[in-house]
Structure formats: structure tokens, C-alpha cells
Write a protein that binds this ligand. Structure first.
Ligand code: ADP
Ligand code: MG
Length: 369
């Protein structure tokens, strides 16, 4: 391929959700932070209607196709994300033409840190700037969401996109997914001599996509049974749970209802500057996902249990589940011991060695050049 046209560089980060898992598509509460890991999109417009895509990620093939040929499901693999942005913007009525897009991302792929939304959000921001569309962050997040729901075909909520586009440094983003209003809550681990450790288990279980869609369908079924538009509108959680038949559906609803309450308690604690006290809420969130929502797996449970046994203040799986990453809130002084304990527990079970990151609340999407 001839040299790519570059008019600018746009960056969008991955995210870690502090708490509020599988609540976004139930119109509930989430509390993500952006992480330093970032996708960068080098974008230039073309006048020939061609879309040329390349990624520095190992094993990513480049493609060259006509913008006019973009249809949902036509592309599989990574190119569906940047191409999907062009498609989604055109579907929304914006006249986006050809472009060269080169992606350079250090967001771990498929680790539950939202490499996919980082990609889509960086590209969406690029087109918003280049075509002077003047879209706000919510409109951009909706476009990036449609890339996943309509173009790629995964029924995700708005958490990842809103986090990547809306987070600010040093803060967690308390977001109400019912109306997408949010506030930035100070989240100062370092000030409390704590670290938020990310453990990428490197497990990717086949259930990821099907399991996600199935959980989402269960929630919609339960809401219909309860006669509410979404589980967010449940007025009396105890009465709602009693009204559902004893079984998996009731337990799934219990996860969503109790998770929303946990988010509110964590936000309250952070507003009071009490980062330490959120630990037990994280651990309770994990138990709820393991036992009620049944989306954990042996690797995630091992990461959480071994971190807690070594003195982590709290730990839980993050993201969709069935693999990916866990987080642990750890005293700075215990960080090395916790890391070593998790590594040892993985080795004892012959799991692939995990990778560790530190999640520092970082800036959301922006133009970089
Ligand atoms: P997550 O968003 O948690 O990382 P997803 O399954 O939603 O996991 O998205 C992962 C997909 O995103 C990858 O399979 C790949 O298609 C795409 N992707 C993300 N980052 C890159 C990149 N830097 N280069 C190529 N593809 C990428
Ligand atoms: Mg994703």
C-alpha cells in the first residue's frame, strides 16, 4: 500500500471498571476509570472513497476497501472496529468519505480492559474533528456503541465507550446509564498508599460472547416478568426477588440489584476520601458475579482468592467475565507480595502465567497531534 495520509492523531484509553458490572445494559450505575493504556488512531481523509486500515498489533492484516461497500457483518476481526465507525457515522447521516487509518494501541486485547472501545472511540473522535461534526461525548459514545452492537454484533452497553470518552485524570466516572449523566469522583489510591492492581489472567473462555448475550437476555426477561422497563425501575428489591421463581433468573436479578447498591456505597466512600473502605464492596461484587451471575472462571477465582489471602483489601473480576482481568485493591507495601502470591497460585494450577498492571486513573479521549 502507498504511504498513509495522516492529518492528525487521536487517542482513546482503555478502562477499568472499579465497580458496577453488568449494570450498564440494565440502566444502572457504573464507576470506571480510564487507564494509561491507549489506542492511537493516525487518520487522514481520502478523496477516492477507499478505506485503508492498518494496525501495529501483531498479526493484524491490513485492508483496503470501498466505503460504499461497508455493511454490518461484512468484516470480521479487528478491521470491523475502525470500519464500523465509518459505517455507523454514515448510518447516522454524516457524510464520511474515504480515509487512511493506522492504529497503534497498547491496550491489552481481550483482557477485559476494553481495547475494542478504545479503538472505536479514537477513530470516532478523529472523524468528529476532521469533519467538524461537533458531536458531544455521548453522541460519540453512541456511535462507538453501534459499532459493537450493529456492525460487529455484540450487544454491549455504554460503559466502555462512555469511560474511554468521558473519564478524567485522578477520578472515577460515576455514571448513571439510564440517562448517561455522570460525575467525576476523586479516586486517589496513591494518596492513601494503595494501588489498584490489574491481573490479566490471560484466560479467554469460549463463553465470552454467548454468555454475555444470554445474561443480557435474562435481565430483559426478568424486567418483563416484573413489569418494569428495565431492572433499574425495580422499586422494592426484596419484593421483586420474591416475585421471581427461585432459580437462576432470580439470582441474576439479585446480582444486578445488589451491584447497583454497591456502586452507590463505593461512590459515597470515595466522596468521603475513604478509598480503603471500598475493599469489601469489591469482594462482595466478585462473590455476586461468581455465585449469582455465574460469570467467573477458575482463573479469575484464583486471582481474587490468592490476592485476598495475601492481604488485598478487596478484589473482583472486571469486564464481561469468563476470563480477562481481575482487580485487587492493595496496600502499596503489600503489592509485591500479592503479585507473587497470585503468580504462585497460577503456577500451582498450571494456568498460563498472569500479567500485572497498575491502574492509575488517567485522562479520557483527546486529540494528540
Ligand atoms: P476487549 O475490548 O475487552 O479488549 P473485545 O473482544 O471487546 O475485548 O475486543 C477485542 C478485539 O478488538 C480484538 O479481537 C481485535 O479485533 C480488536 N482490537 C483491539 N485492539 C486492537 C489493536 N490494537 N489492533 C488490532 N485489533 C484490535
Ligand atoms: Mg470490548
Amino acid at each position: 500500500m502507498s504511504r498513509f495520509v495522516v492529518e492528525g492523531v487521536w487517542a482513546a484509553p482503555g478502562r477499568v471498571n472499579v465497580i458496577g458490572e453488568h449494570t450498564d445494559y440494565n440502566n444502572g450505575f457504573v464507576l470506571p476509570i480510564a487507564i494509561p493504556h491507549t489506542a492511537r488512531a493516525f487518520v487522514g481523509r481520502r478523496t477516492d472513497g477507499r478505506l485503508r486500515l492498518a494496525s501495529s498489533h501483531a498479526g493484524s492484516e491490513s485492508v483496503d476497501l470501498a466505503v460504499a461497500d461497508l455493511t454490518p457483518g461484512a468484516l470480521s476481526g479487528w478491521t470491523a472496529y475502525p470500519a464500523g465507525v465509518v459505517w455507523a457515522m454514515r448510518a447516522a447521516g454524516y457524510e464520511i468519505g474515504g480515509a487512511d487509518i493506522r492504529i497503534d494501541s497498547d491496550v491489552p486485547v481481550g483482557a477485559g480492559l476494553s481495547s475494542s472501545a478504545a479503538l472505536s472511540c479514537a477513530v470516532a473522535l478523529a472523524f468528529d474533528d476532521l469533519y467538524e461534526l461537533g458531536l458531544d461525548r455521548i453522541e460519540l459514545a453512541r456511535i462507538a456503541q453501534r459499532v459493537e452492537t450493529d456492525f460487529v454484533g455484540v450487544p454491549v452497553g455504554m460503559l466502555d465507550q462512555m469511560a474511554s470518552l468521558g473519564c478524567v485524570e485522578g477520578h472515577a466516572y460515576f455514571l448513571d446509564c439510564r440517562d448517561l449523566t455522570g460525575t467525576h469522583v476523586p479516586f486517589d489510591c496513591a494518596g492513601a498508599a494503595l494501588r489498584l492492581l490489574v491481573v490479566d489472567t490471560r484466560a479467554r473462555h469460549a463463553l465470552v460472547d454467548g454468555g454475555y448475550a444470554e445474561r443480557r437476555a435474562s435481565c430483559e426477561e426478568a424486567a418483563a416478568l416484573l413489569g418494569v422497563p428495565s431492572l433499574r425501575e425495580v422499586a422494592d428489591p426484596d419484593a421483586a426477588l420474591a416475585a421471581l421463581p427461585d432459580g437462576p433468573l432470580r439470582r441474576r436479578v439479585r446480582h444486578v440489584l445488589t451491584e447497583n447498591e454497591r456502586v452507590l456505597r463505593v461512590v459515597e466512600a470515595l466522596r468521603n476520601g475513604d478509598v480503603r473502605s471500598i475493599g469489601p464492596e469489591l469482594t462482595a461484587s466478585h462473590a455476586s458475579m461468581r455465585d449469582d451471575y455465574t460469570i467467573s472462571c477458575p482463573e479469575l477465582d484464583t486471582a481474587v482468592d490468592s490476592a485476598l489471602a495475601e492481604g488485598a483489601l478487596g478484589a473482583r473480576l472486571v469486564g464481561g467475565g469468563f476470563g480477562g482481568s481481575a482487580i485487587a485493591l492493595v496496600d502499596e507495601a503489600r503489592c509485591e507480595a500479592v503479585t507473587a502470591a497470585v503468580e504462585k497460585a497460577f503456577a500451582a494450577r498450571s494456568f498460563t502465567p498472569p500479567r500485572f498492571f497498575q491502574a492509575v486513573p488517567s485522562a479520557g479521549a483527546r486529540r494528540e497531534g
